[in-house]
Design a protein around this ligand. Structure first.
Ligand code: ASP
Ligand code: MG
Length: 416
């Protein structure tokens, strides 16, 4: 008998029929003797709809009120899924984040979980019920509703799994696992049986949509065995787990791309100590995550700084940087949201050389210009013109030996 957390994303609870399917799966696991916690997202499209309503009122919403609104999507899902379980003869109880005391800090829209009341969950499990818990939301110490950032239900699920010491956390989604890259872009992408926490973390931060970054951090920290599976099939999925020797033999495990970044330039900033600290300190104060940073060599006592942020943060970042730039008497702040970031990831890079050089060669041979570069021990990222995204991903996928068998050819359409 095991203790299992199953998380179902928006498409898996996209309508009431699909919710009945979730109920069947949860009950099937319980029938095998497991104790089951189900974490659910809002029905697909719902969070966007709610954010759309906010936007109809204002472009710069008070984030407390915005969280109050967008957290409601999950409330509907938990109630309906609990009812679906009951309708199939099972026992279930739903919980809002506040009802099992998922306590977070007060960073609205990006809150971090601090603690969870595991006992409240165990009380329900011990009565033979399935606990159905709202993803994405919590409360802060003052009782305000908070949310964990887009895709945050994954983090709720892993945090709960860590808190109750679950044997496994299963993330059910609309794909059957983690792929070498997006199969919509590279048809010869392969599903991975296993991937290390670290690689998954890089891929998630680089734009692979399958898991929220925080959820992988949590899983890595607390060693939660994390499965990515499809709620529409019985495929075993991909296991995200600690790294081992076999993984190190593979140089590149995955390729990610991200078209959701934007670039900011601060032109003509004085070349003296403390300038970068001021600019990035101000961004950090607003919890804006900065990714690639490039500083040009100084010329006449000034230099240009370029960096990328999530496109969703661009307005906020431009405001923040604009103020600092004024204080610093910088020449100008400019932004550009037509960029794409392509990244190759693999723990094997640690003990193989020439990986970055090969990436640049592949891009060059396709005539793609590299605009910015950043690296970590297990990753190389390049900013390129977004119109070459697909081409770059495909070329790199082939060059690094990731191509699987060609997909079965679709039936030929008769020519018109
Ligand atoms: N409903 C939230 C979102 O759409 C959280 C989630 O789906 O994980 O971002
Ligand atoms: Mg998701």
């Amino acid at each position: 008998m095991a203790l299992i957390v199953q998380k179902y994303g928006g498409t898996s609870v996209g309508d009431t029929e699909r919710m009945k399917n979730v109920a069947r799966r949860a009950l099937a696991a319980q029938a095998k003797g497991h104790r089951v916690v189900v974490v659910v997202s809002a029905m697909s499209g719902e969070t966007n709809r709610l954010l759309g309503l906010v936007k109809q009122i204002t472009d710069r919403p008070d984030e407390r009120e915005q969280d109050q609104i967008v957290a409601t999507g999950e409330q509907v899902s938990i109630g309906l899924v609990a009812l679906a379980i009951q309708a199939q003869g099972g026992k279930a109880q739903s919980f809002l984040g506040s009802q099992c005391r998922i306590v977070t800090d007060s960073t609205f829209s990006k809150a971090r979980i601090k603690s969870i009341d595991a006992d409240s969950i165990f009380r329900v499990l011990d009565e033979g019920r399935i606990a159905v818990i709202a993803g994405f939301q919590g409360i802060d110490e003052h009782g305000n509703v908070t949310t964990l950032g887009r895709g945050g239900s994954d983090t709720t699920a892993v945090a709960i799994a860590a808190a109750i010491k679950a044997d496994a956390c299963e993330i059910y989604t609309d794909v059957d696992g983690v792929y070498t890259t997006d199969p919509n872009v590279a048809p010869r992408a392969r599903k991975l049986d296993r991937i290390s926490y670290e690689e998954m973390l890089e891929l998630a931060s680089l734009g692979a949509k399958v898991l929220q970054i925080r959820s992988v951090e949590f899983a890595m920290k607390y060693r939660v065995p994390l499965w990515v599976k499809s709620s529409f099939s019985d495929d075993p999925g991909t296991l995200v787990c600690p790294e081992d020797q076999a993984m190190e033999d593979v140089v590149v495990s995955g390729i990610a791309y991200d078209k959701n970044d934007a670039r900011l330039w601060v032109r003509g900033v004085p070349d003296k100590p403390g300038v970068a600290a001021k600019i990035f300190g101000a961004l950090d104060e607003k919890a804006i995550v900065v990714d690639i940073i490039v500083q040009n060599p100084p010329h006449d006592g000034v230099c240009d700084l370029a960096f990328t942020v999530a496109r969703a943060d661009l307005t906020k970042a431009t405001d923040v940087v604009g103020k600092v730039a004024k204080q610093l008497k910088a020449r100008a702040v400019e932004s550009d949201d037509r960029i794409a970031k392509i990244s190759i990831v693999g723990v094997g890079m640690r003990n193989h050389s020439g990986v970055a050089a090969k990436m640049f060669r592949v891009l060059a041979s396709e005539g793609i210009n590299v605009q910015m570069i950043s690296t970590s021990e297990i990753r190389v990222s390049c900013v390129i013109d977004p119109k070459y995204t697909e081409l770059a991903v495909q070329a790199l996928h082939t060059a690094f030996g990731l191509d699987g068998p060609a997909p079965v050819a679709a039936k030929k359409k008769s020519k018109k």
